[in-house]
Design a binder for this molecule. Structure first.
Ligand SMILES: Nc1nc2c(c(=O)[nH]1)N(C=O)[C@@H](CNc1ccc(C(=O)N[C@@H](CCC(=O)O)C(=O)O)cc1)CN2
Ligand SMILES: Nc1nc2c(ncn2[C@@H]2O[C@H](COP(=O)(O)OP(=O)(O)OP(=O)(O)O)[C@@H](O)[C@H]2O)c(=O)[nH]1
Ligand SMILES: [Mg+2]
Length: 442
């Protein structure tokens, strides 16, 4: 069946694209563009008139033909690149759908066909969706790396030796004479593959950070200068600032991008012992926010004692805390902060110490390396990798204590789990779930 959809967003724009893929793409596309030859030169941009059923011109645009298998989907593909009028594009789409060989594409169906035709593996198909959804430079770069096969390569370097090992084990089981000795060294081979699976799995956390961005909350005692610092970091006067303690009541959130990494910064209500009723509600929200973030910045006023600081650190519970000595422009007295490991001194008022603060936050979230270099391991990948690593763990055990059948069975299970990442062993239901998240026309 030939599918059709608009490849561009349903909004006015310079250009809008109607895309067809499948055996009838060329014939149906030519109906709308009468000047196009019967056998157009593939990948040549023809200037064409797009017409309605009565032959009246609707637009003048570009006609592109990609001949199977040299197209995005691997099938015959035709693109009508029109002016970006949503209404015009609807008319063109309705016309191609009048042909009984054509139906509307489902979400992600072009990419799904590219996968089914073997043009791209599953990690690259998913990188297409990651790229479309990317909303930071790091997310764009990581998705682009995935699209060019970075994750596919890492998975293949696990899957291929695993497949070879499985074949060796099955060989020994089925043809003990011919394949004698092929199972030698199975234990170490399994152990090496398991640690490789685990190291890929360990990147899931960074993948999450790149994809969703990091969440960082400013918190601390009332009047410490949190909102002033928040406004500085965000670059605009988002939060109210006042000399009155207890100014901030609700959690405020703003997005920034540092070194390409997306961060949500949260400003929170200051903590104190005897708040008013509304303020107490705000403090409850501060505690909720602290539980939900990747990192908490404890902003301390110059008068804070080390004992008080320790008390506030405890407020963050399990969340990691970075201590920040605030109002450093007025802190003539030795600040309690002088004793802290990072010695971060900032002033929201003058902007002093902002760069070291950003650097400290990023290095806490990232450690070494750059966000762009991360393999975008998704929750789905992590789940499959975890099952593969577990099966390899049991396989390792079996290599010492159990029969070859059991060992080979576990290696087979690991292979199957990995196949869900690359797409070599994947069910229709799983494909449905994956491509459901794509947009129509992708
Ligand atoms: N107009 C337009 N822009 C687009 C796309 C598209 O389909 N149409 N894409 C998609 O959504 C992306 C580009 N992806 C593509 C991937 C492969 C082929 C392709 O024709 N591949 C052939 C030929 C390769 C070659 O000649 O180098 C092949 O792989 O055999 C085309 C687009 C982004 N931009
Ligand atoms: N000198 C100096 N004053 C500051 C600085 N930051 C904030 N202030 C002043 O301290 C007071 C409180 O500032 P806010 O930013 O509202 O403090 P906060 O921690 O958000 O306070 P609450 O929301 O009430 O918990 C205001 O009068 C600010 O002008 C700073 O870096 N240096
Ligand atoms: Mg405030």
């Amino acid at each position: 069946m030939t599918i059709a959809a608009l490849a561009t967003a349903p909004a006015a724009g310079a250009v809008g694209i109607l895309r067809l893929s499948g055996p009838a793409a060329l014939e149906v596309g030519r109906r709308l563009a009468p000047g196009i030859p019967e056998a157009p030169v593939p990948r040549h941009a023809y200037l064409a008139s797009f017409v309605d059923a009565g032959g009246r011109t609707l637009d003048e645009g570009l006609f592109l033909y990609f001949r199977a298998p040299h197209s995005f989907t691997g099938e015959d593909v035709v693109e009508l690149q029109a002016h970006g009028s949503p209404r015009l594009l609807q008319l063109l789409l309705a016309r191609v759908l009048e042909d009984e060989r054509v139906r509307p594409a489902r979400p992600g169906e072009f990419t799904r066909r590219a996968f089914l035709q073997g043009r791209i593996d599953l990690t690259r198909a998913e990188a297409v969706a990651d790229l479309v959804a990317a909303d930071s430079e790091a997310a764009v770069r990581a998705a682009a790396a995935g699209l060019s096969g970075a994750l596919a390569l890492r998975v293949a370097s696990l899957e291929e030796p695993l497949r070879a090992l499985h074949a060796d084990l099955e060989g020994v089981l089925n043809f003990p004479e011919e394949a004698e000795g092929a199972d030698e060294g199975a234990g170490p081979r399994v152990a090496a593959l398991r640690s490789e699976a685990e190291s890929l799995l360990a990147e899931a956390g960074r993948g999450r950070l790149v994809r969703r961005g990091a969440r960082v909350a400013l918190y601390g005692p009332v009047n410490a200068g949190k909102s002033t610092l928040f406004n500085r970091l965000v670059g605009e006067a988002r939060a109210l600032v006042d000399a009155e303690p207890g100014t901030t009541r609700d959690v405020l959130e703003a997005r920034v991008e540092w070194n390409g990494l997306a961060l949500s910064l949260l400003d929170t209500a200051g903590l104190r012992e005897t708040p008013g009723r509304i303020e107490a509600l705000g403090i409850a929200r501060t505690r909720e926010a602290l539980a939900s973030v990747d990192l908490a910045l404890l902003v301390l006023p110059p008068e804070a004692t080390p004992a008080e600081a320790e008390g506030w650190v405890k407020e963050a519970g399990a969340t990691a805390v970075l201590r920040v000595a605030g109002k450093c422009d007025v802190a003539a007295l030795p600040h309690a902060a002088a004793t802290w490991e990072r010695g971060l001194r900032v002033s929201g008022k003058t902007g002093e110490g902002l760069e070291p603060l950003r650097t400290a936050v990023l290095s806490h979230l990232w450690g070494e390396g750059t966000p762009a270099a991360v393999a975008l391991v998704s929750e789905r990948h992590a789940d499959a990798l975890r099952r593969a690593a577990e099966a390899l763990g049991r396989a390792h055990e079996a290599s010492r204590l159990s029969t070859l059948e059991v060992l080979s069975g576990e290696v087979g299970l690991a292979l199957e789990a990995l196949g869900e990442v690359s797409g070599t062993s994947v069910s229709e239901a799983l494909l449905d779930a994956i491509f459901q998240r794509f947009c129509i026309g992708k």
